[in-house]
Write a protein that binds this ligand. Structure first.
Ligand code: PLP
Length: 421
């Protein structure tokens, strides 16, 4: 069962909230590093194993360079994400460019940077060639199995998904690229999001292994790597179990030996694009209670809003809450925990049992290290929070300052700049 702990003692955390304006994000370097190492260790049997960390999950260069030192690459879907990767020391084929509905200038930039281009559609072959005026020597395709797989709840049914090439198109994609002179090939899919059932991941590996065999037979193309995408979930609720990654690794290894080795396709490199499972549990949103109010329900109003962490309001997602210093107290009060947006769905929790809360209490929202700060926005002109890193030596450093009013208005033109037509 997952335990919801703080990365430092309550006393130290409270001290931090006296020094630093709240709300802020805090990331735990030691835990991220240990987790990254464990992930690599679990798949050490797999040829060419690498996780291309999904930049969108936590687009902070300090976090990215911590992961780069552990041998991670990055998974990018836009030019700014590629530039952030480079600023973090992640370059060339350590960048997976998995985009969709791709603008041509991003094909150009990805190619210029030597990133692996992962094409989302059969028509993108032509679009890419038009943009690049040549074809890369390495190309990957994103595969969408459609009715052959059922999706999970968050990512939805593959038939309804906008991504990837279909079962009917996939072999042709490789045939066409081979004819155009491409020498090296990857095969990608992503059919899960926040999945906790490991058998789902193993079945995805089976699907890709079998497809590698089919592509070899029908197009004479040998796949160099499979990219399993991201989508490994984390136990947001204290009662949930994390995915058994050891069993997943073992299950994939067995299938590799059953399918890939006899087909003569060993070595086949295996890579992932996980974001959430890498940093999610090791980021915390720290916020102070502004007001405790009693209406038709009991409300705790924080100085953070859904601008800082959108998942509860957007998906009804559960984020565990610790009231710092009251960990031992009984959760005998029921509260809605809210922000201050003029939007009634601006709630971090609804009917949540918590200890009795007072003005000034510090609340920590757990598991905010992925798809947390990154999904922030400025509605109601709420400014974005700062990010801090708890270093392995116990020191705390700022890795993103809080947004200011000047930042917020920097793109405005009060003089109404004329547009030449
Ligand atoms: C979002 C995304 C990921 C990362 O997903 P996680 O749930 O953070 O593991 C990886 N690859 C692609 C293509 C994505 O869109």
């Amino acid at each position: 069962m997952s335990k919801k702990t703080l990365p430092l003692s309550s006393e130290k955390l409270l001290l931090l909230t006296e020094k630093l304006p709240t709300p802020f994000y805090l990331y735990d370097e030691r835990a991220i590093v240990e987790n990254a190492r464990q992930f690599n260790r679990l798949f050490s049997w797999a040829p060419g194993f690498k996780n291309y960390f999904a930049v969108k999950a936590c687009p902070n260069p300090t976090i990215l360079s911590i992961l780069q030192k552990e041998g991670f690459g990055s998974d990018c879907s836009s030019l700014p994400e590629i530039l952030l990767s480079e600023a973090s020391g992640i370059t060339g084929e350590n960048i997976m460019f998995t985009s969709n509905n791709t603008p041509s200038d991003e094909f150009v930039e990805a190619y210029r940077q030597g990133a692996i281009i992962n094409l989302d559609d059969i028509t993108h072959i032509e679009a890419m060639e038009e943009a690049l005026k040549e074809v890369p020597s390495l190309i990957c395709f994103r595969y969408n199995p459609g009715p052959e797989r059922t999706g999970n709840a968050i990512i939805g049914n593959p038939v309804e998904a906008k991504y990837g090439v279909t079962t009917d198109q996939v072999v042709d994609c490789y045939r066409i690229m081979k004819e155009k002179g491409v020498k090296r090939f990857g095969l990608h899919t992503m059919v899960a999001s926040n999945e906790l059932d490991g058998t789902y991941i193993v079945e995805t590996a089976r699907m890709l292994f079998e497809l590698c065999v089919r592509i070899q037979k029908e197009a004479g193309v040998r796949i160099e790597f499979i990219d399993m995408g991201g989508g490994i979930g984390i136990p947001y609720r204290p009662g949930q179990e994390p995915m058994d990654l050891e069993a997943v690794s073992q299950g994939m290894h067995e299938l590799y030996n059953q399918i890939i080795v006899p087909a003569g396709l060993d070595p086949l490199n295996i890579v992932f694009e996980c974001g959430r499972v890498i940093t999610g549990p090791y980021g915390y949103l720290v916020s102070k209670v502004r007001h405790v109010t009693s209406k038709y329900k009991e409300y705790v109003g924080l100085d953070a809003s859904m601008n800082d962490l959108m998942r509860p309001a957007m998906y009804g997602a559960y984020h565990h809450i610790t009231v710092v210093g009251k960990e031992a107290e009984a959760c005998d009060h029921i509260y809605d925990v809210t922000g201050s947006l003029c939007e009634n769905n601006d709630k971090f929790a609804i009917d949540r049992p918590l200890p009795r809360i007072e003005k000034g209490d510090v609340l920590v929202l757990h598991d905010s290290g992925a798809h947390g700060h990154a999904m922030g926005f400025n509605y109601n002109a709420k400014l974005r929070a700062a990010e801090y890193l708890l270093r392995e030596d116990g020191s705390v450093v700022m890795i993103r300052r809080a947004q200011t009013y000047d930042d917020y208005v920097a793109t405005l033109r009060f003089d109404g700049a004329p547009v030449e037509l």
